[in-house]
Design a protein around this ligand. Structure first.
Ligand SMILES: Cc1cc2nc3c(=O)[nH]c(=O)nc-3n(C[C@H](O)[C@H](O)[C@H](O)COP(=O)(O)OP(=O)(O)OC[C@H]3O[C@@H](n4cnc5c(N)ncnc54)[C@H](O)[C@@H]3O)c2cc1C
Length: 236
């Protein structure tokens, strides 16, 4: 990765890769950035967040909606985080699925993450499990694993870090990123319907960056909800 001045200010360490670090990767790399950052592993983080919310008295209800208007009688404020579901619920034609595939391998010797060209990434997680990626298939909603794509990902990662040839594959995963042409829709809101005082604030379309952006966009959504609530005759 070439130097990125946006990242420079937000991570604890950000500098050029030195000669010793270039030795860690295969190929004749001339430019690179070294930085430290935090890792969020969603399958651990989300249950932890849910538990904390429950301990604070929050209850969870799960159901499929055909329309946001179904919520008008039961709630005063709705924050809409439905990702790709907003295509149907908000008639938002700017949302596009950006399919991605990754491999999880056992490689406890990997202690640093690497980002190369063509969406090639190697990210050590917990318990020696390393994520190998990746791919971006625009406008694809195929959630079946593609063996050719897996082979290509593995080959790109092994070319970058040859020791990964010894890594056992644990599983492979496919996901759909909620990409939105024009960026995340966050902060704008309105009454859900003319017949109700309930308000809705949107927060969807995070594409491939929802985990790292969520702490920021959720604050924006909550602030917008407070402002809109103040300026309407909401019933609470
Ligand atoms: C391979 C891959 C790698 C990624 N890597 C990263 C990364 O390194 N860093 C990063 O920050 N992000 C990454 N992402 C992106 C990240 O996972 C997404 O941005 C994030 O999950 C979006 O979260 P969300 O809650 O907005 O949407 P979603 O996770 O899609 O959640 C939307 C929710 O709304 C619900 N819903 C939708 N419609 C309805 C309806 N009609 N009724 C009821 N419920 C509904 C869905 O069931 C779902 O629970 C990656 C994604 C993929 C696929």
């Amino acid at each position: 990765m070439a130097m990125n001045h946006w990242l420079e200010g937000v991570v604890p360490v950000y500098r050029k890769v030195n000669e010793e670090e270039f030795e860690l990767v295969n190929g004749s790399w001339k430019y690179g950035s070294y930085f430290s950052t935090l890792l969020t592993q969603s399958n651990l983080y989300l249950p932890w967040v849910k538990r904390r919310l429950q301990l604070n008295g929050i209850t969870f209800k799960q159901r499929e909606l055909n329309s946001l208007k179904e919520l008008t009688n039961d709630y005063d404020i709705v924050i809409n985080c439905t990702g790709l579901g907003a295509r149907k619920l908000c008639y938002d034609r700017h949302l596009v699925s950006l399919r991605g595939q990754v491999l999880k391998v056992k490689a406890p010797w990997m202690k640093m993450f690497f980002y190369g060209e063509l969406d090639t990434y190697i990210i050590p997680g917990f318990n020696g499990i390393v994520t190998l990626g990746g791919s971006r298939n625009f406008d694809s909603e195929n959630i079946k694993l593609c063996p050719y794509e897996s082979a290509a990902i593995r080959e790109r990662c092994e070319t970058l870090i040859p020791s990964l040839k010894n890594a056992e594959i644990l599983r492979q995963e496919v996901g759909l990123r909620p990409h939105r042409d024009g960026g995340v829709r966050v902060g704008d809101g309105s009454r859900i319907s003319n017949h109700s005082k309930a308000i809705i604030i949107h927060n969807y379309g995070h594409g491939g960056y929802g985990v790292c952006m969520a702490p920021g966009t959720s604050i924006m959504a909550v602030n917008a909800a407070v402002e809109l609530h103040k300026s309407t005759n909401s019933k609470i």
